[in-house]
Design a binder for this molecule. Sequence first.
Ligand SMILES: Cc1ncc(COP(=O)(O)O)c(C=O)c1O
Length: 473
Amino acid sequence: MKPIAKDKYIPLKPIIHPWIEKLLADKDLLADTVKQQCSPVNIQSVTPFAENIAEYKRVFEQYELKHKIFFARKANKCLTFAKAAAAAGEGVDTASHKELQQCLEAGIPGDQLILTAAIKNIPLIELAVEEHVTIIIDNMDEYDSLDSIVLANETTAKISLRIGGFTLDGKTLPTRFGFPLDEAYKLITEQIKKHPFLRFSGLHFHLNGYAIDQRVAAIAQSIKLIDDLAAAGISCEHLDIGGGYLVNYLAHKKEWEAFHQELKQAVLGQRPAITYQNDPLGMVLIDGKLHGEPTVYPYYNELPKAVFLEKILSSEDVSYGQPIHELIKARNIELRIEPGRSLLDQAGITVARVVFRKNDTEGNLLVGLEMNRTQMKSSSADFLLDPIHITHQSTELQEPVDGYLVGGYCLEQEFLLKRKIQFATYPKIGDLIIFPNTAGYMMHFFESQAHQFALANNVFCTADLQITKHDGD
Ligand SMILES: Cc1ncc(COP(=O)(O)O)c(C=O)c1O
């Protein structure tokens, strides 16, 4: 790769869906929306959501697999998306009492819902049983609670077991979730099979990370368990392989690679900083040597969404010597997935208003936005997409200016982005800053109301640019 000029700005151009391009072209509508809804406002669209569902379906259909997609609602709290998933004939994966109850109240039938909540208290299990929602059981205490509830009420419940502890290359994939495979086999064959009210329907797992070989190993080992159960006279209707499908946020691989190269050089003192106070974004500098890689989401990747699913299904498992899709089809199992982030790819933006410009003690330009860091945050060490600056100023006569975006919490660390941003013009009070592609996790997962700040409003944008309220959250 060619060396980059010493202080050159490294852009990270986001991919932008046509609905967002259309909205951004209407500066007055954007300004009015912020005026009415306050800053920041989350503007969303169900169009990309429906497109993303269709993309997954094409892959399942290509392999003629029985399938069902359960949208993982935890990735975005707006009920509008859950309703859109159900309207498309798919389902919703719920992770709390409120998530489940809202879906039921919205008229989504129990058989289109699953419950994967990490903590299931008695009222939550009771609600799921009453509404015939498949309950994904994670541990024996949960099982015992369910057992007591169905025995006391003499009602049946559909259960699926979460399994974990898969192995790859002789090592166990560590997890805090699920039953080891041998324990799952024992529980199903010795207790669930004989239970008067529990009906075993399938197996579930969700893996951390994005390694294809781990997914393939987990599916193959689940299939081995399914075969063992079949030999014991127990049929498994579905295998749910969870969520965790990549999203590609960035337009150019070159920019992504250049960013990593320049960040390392900056942290080593070989070029000016590109992050606030030369933040290494999770790398560690010891005695002049840099260790590790930035702990950031792989914002650029070439295996997004349905491509990732296709790669898993077409991979061959070594123990069976057959591609995964053939193993599943041969057993006539319904393959289930629980995508969250990837169904929300391109489905929302976060818009905030500029309220001040100032310099810090080191002369850095700080641009203050009327929002806080929890309103656009994920577990990644930074959000690595260029924000879009909307201004009514002419950009022709002005020089670009570099600076940092800061928010409303009182902490020194309240930087909305750690990365230095280049603005085409010096931002003016009232200008808007757009964070693209924030619907998956970024806008809701970490939002807090410290300082008594109100949570951001959520609105939806129709194809003809009507801004509508969403259906509760
Ligand atoms: C059980 C389960 N299913 C589905 C998901 C959704 O994952 P993603 O949004 O990465 O697709 C998660 C995310 O944490 C999860 O824990």
